[in-house]
Design a protein around this ligand. Sequence first.
Ligand SMILES: C[S@@+](CC[C@H](N)C(=O)[O-])C[C@H]1O[C@@H](n2cnc3c(N)ncnc32)[C@H](O)[C@@H]1O
Length: 315
Amino acid sequence: MANQAENAQNPEAGKELTVEHIPVLAETLTKQVAVPRDGTLVDATIGQGGHSLLFGEKLGPGGTLIGFDVDENALARSSQRLKDLACRVLLIHSNFAGIREALAAHGIERVDFILADLGYSSDQLSDLKIGISFQEDMPLDMRIDRSLETSAADIVNGLDETSLADLIFQFGEDRASRRIARYVVRHRETEQITTTGQLAAIVCKALYRPGQKKRARIHPATRTFQALRIAVNHELDNLTQLLACAPDLLNSQGCLAVISFHSLEDRLVKYDFRGKASEGIYRVLTKKPLVATENEVQVNRRARSAKLRIAQRIE
Ligand SMILES: C[S@@+](CC[C@H](N)C(=O)[O-])C[C@H]1O[C@@H](n2cnc3c(N)ncnc32)[C@H](O)[C@@H]1O
């Protein structure tokens, strides 16, 4: 069947690829997961379509590649990138939390492979409209899905001090969460916090220790930004829903592969796979998470925190 990039909106946008995203652990993944030529594959986080292209090339005209993304630009870009594949390509603008219903709406009940490469692509991290990074000063927003109501600025300027501290502790695992929340609340009494640069500076001030010589391994604002991103985009709830419905969607011998970038996500995946293995639902193919080689990290810094876990559906 001819390649059909169905439902991808505004395909012209795909031509302006400004920042290329290098797919992480791509070689490792393709070595670990074999897909049938006429199989049905789901890329739950298609992004720029890097992983999808590698797997899509393994499919023949009888195969189907389905891509999900909450970001319409990502769908448009991947549509361009996948246009020469021999298999059918179906792109769906939806959160992967609703994967079961979205697939059912297209008459698809079972698939052979589900991949979730969590997090954000390089172009999203540098997108001023999304406002996720503290490396550059951007409007403080963080909504990947533009239909979400609450932005990071709403949380930072609206939440009471205790709830803000709890959020930074729970989703950022920052032990200085109370101190950071105190500085944020003190700052916003005089001025609203509207940019990522402003917030990063406030966190740095909160964590500054006079006379401290040793440089921190990560930027002081990393954990606070992670916490806000998780909260704004409901990252952990979405992943929980995907993990819950994956066994019902996978054919026997079908695989679920998840690449995560922070320990909260990885822990969810690890315990989900372990629990379902003990119930005889999965065989876990990765006793320990697979990580990038030094060579890969040198080429792609994003890969340094990536962890890949794979489970296989058994009857
Ligand atoms: C790391 S990128 C994927 C990159 C892709 N594997 C590639 O090789 O180009 C993650 C993508 O997932 C999307 N995304 C994040 N959370 C999502 C969710 N809950 N549902 C659907 N897409 C999501 C983001 O918009 C982003 O485009």
